[in-house]
Design a protein around this ligand. Structure first.
Ligand code: F6R
Length: 253
């Protein structure tokens, strides 16, 4: 696991965008896994700048989003489809046919999950997966639990996620209580993973993940400790407790 600590959110976003830019330069038909939420917004902004000012070409890139609320319509401003369209896709030259976001209106969610997983396979898997992390250690909507769902599936959101995500809705009651998400297995099959964490709220979970070095279903992100190509990009705030802990480890040892 490579750990990179950036000065602030802007530098973190710049570094993340550069990693994605390099991957597209190396493989113009990159299969790119994407996340929503607050953390990747700066990365998308920088990628849009690169597209406009440096001609970064997305025309052959194939994207797969991690998750979508269920049920939700793509016109709903809180849907992840809407988020992706307005914060990223409509500003770059990605081919709409190459965009994949789980369908929040699928009549049969379970068979849609199977089709989504098969589509990823048809494209020979995800080359580079961008991830954020929940305060409870979730990735995608893989919430802490006793068991791990391996493939794309319909899931119930945990209380802590409903609370965290209510900031985007009028109230906690308006947050859909289910979502379609790639499973931990779908994520772990990505060839390369880029995990971003920014801000003080992520400091505790990041310190736990990076110092304890234990894989547990109570921290779904800890599965990433088993992957052989993960880059963790933090800003100073998210890295705060981790830095303190490793400093103490050195002074104790
Ligand atoms: C979003 C997703 C979630 C978020 C996580 C962090 O597609 O899969 O796991 O990455 O909840 O969200 P933010 O970035 O808003 O703190």
């Amino acid at each position: 696991m490579k750990i990179y600590i950036a000065k602030d959110f802007f530098q973190l976003s710049k570094k993340a965008a550069e990693i994605i830019q390099d991957a597209i330069s190396e493989k113009p038909d990159l299969v790119l896994g994407l996340a929503t939420g607050s953390t990747p917004l700066g990365t998308y902004k920088e990628l849009i700048r690169m597209h406009k000012e440096e001609k970064l070409d997305f025309s052959r890139v194939i994207s797969f989003n991690l998750d979508e609320y269920y049920p939700i319509s793509p016109e709903n401003k809180q849907s992840y489809f809407y988020y992706m369209k307005h914060n990223f896709f409509r500003h770059i030259n990605i081919n709409p046919e190459n965009i994949h976001v789980p369908d929040g209106q699928a009549e049969d969610a379970e068979s849609h999950c199977k089709v989504y997983e098969a589509e990823i396979r048809r494209h020979k898997g995800i080359d580079l997966q961008l991830l954020g992390i929940g305060e409870n250690g979730h990735i995608g909507f893989n919430e802490p639990d006793d068991e791990i769902e391996v493939l794309t599936h319909l899931t119930k959101l945990s209380e802590s996620t409903l609370r965290a995500n209510s900031r985007f809705f009028d109230s906690k009651e308006k947050v859909p209580c289910q979502a379609i998400t790639m499973g931990l297995g779908s994520i772990m099959k990505a060839k390369k993973i880029l995990l971003l964490a920014s801000g003080i709220k992520k400091a505790e979970i990041i310190a736990k993940l990076l110092t304890e070095q234990k894989a547990t279903t109570n921290i779904p992100a800890s599965a990433l400790l088993l992957h052989n190509d993960v880059t963790v990009l933090l800003d100073e705030e998210a890295a705060g407790i981790y830095k303190m802990k490793i400093k103490n480890q050195f002074s104790e040892g």
